[in-house]
Design a protein around this ligand. Structure first.
Ligand code: HEC
Length: 146
């Protein structure tokens, strides 16, 4: 079992190091967190708990959960996530959160290391911010890393 894991890790690293540009060195393509059927629902309605939370918990919060004191950004609740206009409701392209996750920011490419967000999941995040970035207060809006 251990040997299989090492072989997998070695090939993952090898694949990652074959990236065409420096930015992809430590990033691997990821599968969508949302199924195609669930993703399709977001064309007519977006629910934080069903459509947004699973993506963030799988792809972002395990780093941005506040356990690393040096980490500048906590994505575990609404207040922290929206601080310093990192999420600007209605304006994905002015939201550092979205620019970083979509690779459009000149230097900030998220995730810093690991599995990249799939294009269909990214589309959901864009729709969600465009539609007003509704993120409930209280327990419903509490996220935890995987
Ligand atoms: C492997 C850990 C990791 C993952 C996963 C990750 N990040 Fe980050 N993130 C970092 C680190 C480290 C920094 C600080 C790096 C820097 O400032 O260059 C950072 C910085 C950021 C910042 C800038 C915060 C600020 O104001 O300085 C944003 C926004 C961000 N991440 C969003 C995201 C989003 C959205 C996701 C999910 C798609 C994500 N991150 C996934 C590690 C991670």
């Amino acid at each position: 079992m251990k040997a299989i894991t090492s072989v997998f890790l070695a090939s993952a690293l090898l694949l990652a190091s074959c990236g065409k540009d420096g930015d992809s060195e430590t990033q691997l393509d990821g599968k969508p967190v949302l199924s195609a059927r669930v993703q399709a629902e977001t064309r007519s309605r977006i629910e934080f708990a069903r459509h947004v939370k699973p993506i963030l918990e799988e792809r972002c919060v395990w780093c941005h959960d506040g356990s690393d004191k040096k980490m500048p950004y906590k994505l575990t609740n609404r207040e922290e996530a929206f601080k310093n206009k990192r999420i600007v409701p209605g304006k994905p392209n002015q939201s550092l959160f979205y620019l970083a996750a979509s690779g459009q920011h000149p230097t900030l490419k998220m995730p810093a290391v690991g599995i990249k967000i799939a294009p269909s999941d990214l589309e959901v995040l864009e729709r969600w911010i465009s539609a007003g970035a509704v993120w409930p207060e209280g327990a419903a809006g509490q996220l935890k890393g995987r």
